[in-house]
Design a protein around this ligand. Structure first.
Ligand code: PLP
Length: 375
């Protein structure tokens, strides 16, 4: 079949042509993606590159933003304790263990500033979300990268032993870019065995996509741990900016010491509405998992191995230069994530809607030939 007729065929028969049944997909992820451009704009690129949620803020959050907009001339400082209180109540935390930020990048950087520096190294897995390493090395801290284990989990024993004088040990669970999880018992072991005087930073940006147990109970127990949460992922609010740092008040005070900045009332209103929408996270978790597993199964059947993922992203080994592969996909209108230096032939793919992933498979099949009938 020529590439053109193959394209037409795939478009005409949709997921069925890609060997997938649409019937099982939860409807929430069958919706068109607002992130991919104007609704119904078939020419807009499919954006699978930043681990965003293609659904955007939930309807209740959008309504809350519209409702608060006319009062956007006021700081409305009371919204911050209201949001912190709601989260604290839902997670059985003292409210002074919750600090609200404009996204989780801000407290992530603050943690690097507060707990690393010359003579206070950072330890982190490799590959992972490296922002904390950039900030730490920028202020003179040495950075010790510990390769992930073959299954994508953190090598907690190697991390604990990496730097006896470490100031900060960074864990990302599930990890970005892999979406892989590290067993809770392993994280507890790391907390108990990390270098004396270091702080464990647990980035839970993607935890809502999983059924894993959060480390928030260690925050509740006043351990030397700071947990980060964000509204940028499953809550679909990356552009609105809202995140949380959870920890003992003395640890949170070290982050707060770098200054404060009033928060956007639109983000606070959307965050509150999202927290108060009990069905939203389970529905999105289920929908994301269904689309993710279908996509991974398709790739593996074509001979392209993927690590198991529980998040809204995964890595696939394309067996060629990942950067060039991503550029070829982008040239066909599907923008995927990047490769990491430690894994040059693997690329990260964000899980989009069912329609977006059908387009992903269509273009992937054009860019990369099937390597075997079955993985
Ligand atoms: N942590 C992880 C693991 C991420 O993947 C990201 C963004 O992709 C962030 C933190 C920062 O997200 P935000 O600042 O939007 O909360």
């Amino acid at each position: 079949m020529s590439p053109v007729s193959r394209r037409t065929f795939l478009r005409g028969s949709g997921l069925a042509a890609a060997g997938l049944a649409t019937g099982a997909l939860p409807s929430v992820f069958a919706a068109p993606s607002p992130a991919a451009g104007a609704a119904g704009d078939a020419a807009a690129p499919v954006l699978l590159n930043f681990n965003e949620c293609p659904l955007g803020p939930c309807p209740a959050a959008q309504e809350a933003v519209r409702a608060i907009l006319p009062r956007g001339g006021r700081y409305q400082f009371g919204l911050v304790p209201e949001l912190a209180g709601e989260f604290a109540r839902q997670h059985d935390l003292p409210v002074d263990h919750v600090e609200v930020y404009a996204g989780s990048s801000d407290p992530l950087n603050r943690a690097a500033l507060a707990f690393t520096g010359p003579g206070r190294p950072l330890v982190l897995p490799d590959p992972t979300f490296e922002a904390v390493a950039d900030t730490a090395s920028g202020q003179g801290a040495s950075v010790h990268r510990v390769p992930l284990r073959a299954d994508g989990s953190h090598d907690v024993r190697a991390m604990a032993a990496a730097e006896p004088g470490a100031g900060l040990v960074y864990v990302c669970n599930p990890n970005n870019p892999t979406g892989s999880v590290t067993a809770r018992a392993e994280l507890d072991w790391l907390l108990a065995n990390k270098p004396a005087g270091s702080v464990l930073l647990v980035d839970e940006a993607y935890i809502e996509y999983t059924h894993e147990r959060s480390m928030l109970d260690q925050v509740r127990a006043d351990a030397e741990v700071v947990v980060l949460r964000t509204f940028s992922k499953i809550y679909g609010m990356a552009g609105l900016r809202l995140g949380l740092a959870l920890g003992r008040p003395d640890l949170l005070a070290k982050l707060a010491a770098f200054g404060s900045n009033p928060l956007p009332v639109t983000a606070l209103a959307a965050g509150l509405a999202s927290l108060r929408d009990p069905g939203m996270v389970p529905a999105r978790r289920q929908a994301n998992a269904a689309v993710r597993e279908q996509t991974i199964a398709w790739l593996q059947a074509r001979g392209y191995p993927c690590l198991p993922s529980q998040a809204n992203c995964f890595v696939v080994d394309v067996g060629t230069d990942g950067k060039e592969f991503a550029a070829a996909m982008a040239a066909h209108g599907v923008v995927i994530g990047r490769a990491w230096p430690v894994w040059p032939t693997r690329v990260r793919v964000t899980v989009g809607t069912a329609g977006e992933m059908a387009r992903f498979r269509e273009v992937f099949a054009q860019v990369a030939p099937a390597r075997s009938a079955a993985a």
